[in-house]
Design a protein around this ligand. Structure first.
Ligand SMILES: O=C(O)[C@H](O)[C@@H](O)[C@H](O)[C@H](O)COP(=O)(O)O
Length: 220
């Protein structure tokens, strides 16, 4: 049970005793949201990131979720990805595939990983093009205030400096207004480039942060 809950009109912060409690709460949260989205829209469009969050999703591979969740209605996207091959140890796609997607009956054609056979800029453009088609058909919802995609859920971890996905504090990518998907360099390495849907601003989100002293999440 959460030992601290702080509700506000901008969301809710919950802090738990341990990661196992967070994982259980996360699995319940995702399963409930998936059920509601499938009932209301016929689909569940979820965007993942990398980091420790993905292993927290592991409970979804277990009973009852592996049987009760309507996996065939899931459409899976990435909030950020690294410019590496899909089978590279740093790939967020590989992480999700190994920890979750290969263990539940999602439909392979509903898994929208980033194309690793082209340049970062080309892959970002292609990803945006595909997203635009899926927003047109309403497989992915659309924001009420702009034409931006509105995923049913975006799951993000938060780095120690407060970064989410590949959006770092004060990074110029935060000023991007037009593109939905951008290729850019992470400031701490020359090798990794990442994509960030600008749609992060219109999300139902779930942020997790675990440190030596606390672990919890924030929802909106
Ligand atoms: O590709 C990535 O690295 C992630 O998308 C990144 O944004 C991650 O979520 C945070 O760095 C938190 O990571 P941890 O949960 O592992 O601390």
């Amino acid at each position: 049970m959460a030992r601290f809950v702080c509700p506000s009109d901008r969301g809710e912060l919950r802090i738990y005793e341990n990661l196992d409690e967070v994982a259980t709460e996360l699995a319940d949260y995702i399963a409930d949201l998936s059920e509601v989205s499938v009932k209301e829209r016929g689909f569940f469009a979820i965007a993942l990131s990398g980091g420790s969050l993905i292993s927290l999703m592991g409970k979804l591979c277990e009973a009852p979720y592996n049987k009760t969740v309507d996996w065939a209605k899931w459409y899976i996207f990435w909030a950020d990805e690294r410019v590496v091959a899909k089978n590279h140890a740093d790939s967020n796609y590989k992480l999700a595939k190994d920890c979750l997607l290969s263990k539940v009956p999602v439909i392979p054609s509903h898994v929208y990983s980033i194309n690793d056979s082209m340049s970062a800029e080309e892959a970002a453009n292609e990803y945006e093009f595909v997203l635009r088609q899926l927003v047109k058909t309403r497989t992915v919802g659309v924001s009420e205030i702009s034409d931006c995609p509105k995923f049913d859920l975006i799951l993000l971890g938060m780095g120690p400096d407060g970064h989410v996905a590949s959006l770092f504090p004060n990074h110029m990518a935060l000023d991007e207004k037009d593109e939905w998907v951008a290729a850019k360099q992470k400031h701490y390495t020359q090798q990794l480039m990442t994509w960030d849907p600008i749609a992060l601003c219109c999300l139902p989100g779930w942020f997790s942060r675990a440190t030596a002293t606390w672990c919890g999440f924030w929802t909106r």
